[in-house]
Design a protein around this ligand. Structure first.
Ligand code: NI
Length: 225
């Protein structure tokens, strides 16, 4: 499932994040790419090891984690470390597949879902779209600042070359409690049904309770915790 979640950061939060990014140190993005991806990765990456950087990464992760649509779509178990990348004119990230296993020790995860949190208003740069190859065709996305695109880590994808301006984005990966994408989709649909049912039915009514029982029992079958 590929999904764009609007307004994960409101405009004020975007301004705060981009302001903090200006205070960080930047280094060559190829340092954090896998062997094949390194050849096609041209961007800068923020050094998030400083106290400012760590605080920013923590804040972004908690905002993403807390978003109800993200929770319903991803069923996150563990997050990778986040990256913040900056692409100037001529920068981009050619077609590649993300590493299946990322991180070390306690932060080692299987990547089920990849995400990009867009931080630059789309009218401030040309090019720079996130292009994802899906079974039903190629999708190019360039949403507004504060929007989050979540897509299967199993898909080939690229960041189109930036032709004008500068593109700032936060990227990361999630290991889901529910490994199978079709099972995640069923749970996502059921959550949307639950929201609709809650508009007209009381929470203690039989419809809502049966739905809640079904979701709970599917999680018992499908979830790894
Ligand atoms: Ni990637």
């Amino acid at each position: 499932m590929l999904i764009t979640i609007s307004d994960v950061l409101d405009p004020e939060a975007v301004r705060k994040v981009t302001g903090t990014c200006e205070l960080l140190d930047w280094r060559d993005g190829a340092e954090t790419a896998g062997r094949a991806a390194r050849k096609v990765k041209n961007n800068q990456q923020a050094d998030l090891s400083s106290s400012k950087g760590r605080a920013l990464a923590r804040d972004l992760e908690s905002r993403i984690r807390a978003h109800p649509v993200f929770k319903a779509a991803a069923w996150p178990r563990r997050f990778s470390s986040l990256l913040i990348s900056k692409s100037g004119i001529g920068d981009g990230y050619g077609l590649h597949i993300d590493n299946a296993i990322m991180g070390r020790n306690v932060r080692r995860i299987r990547t089920d879902l990849s995400f990009t949190l867009f931080l630059s208003p789309p009218e401030t740069y040309e090019g720079g779209a996130l292009t994802i190859e899906t079974p039903s065709g190629t999708t190019s996305l360039k949403p507004k600042a504060g929007d989050l695109v979540v897509y299967p880590s199993t898909a080939l994808h690229k960041v189109e070359t930036v032709e004008k301006g500068e593109r700032l984005a936060c990227v990361g990966w999630v290991e889901s409690m529910v490994r199978d994408p079709s099972q995640r989709e069923i749970l996502f649909d059921l959550e949307n049904v639950r929201i609709e049912v809650a508009k007209t039915e009381p929470a203690e009514g039989l419809t809502a309770l049966t739905l809640s029982k079904t979701v709970s029992n599917l999680l018992r079958l499908w979830a790894d915790v």
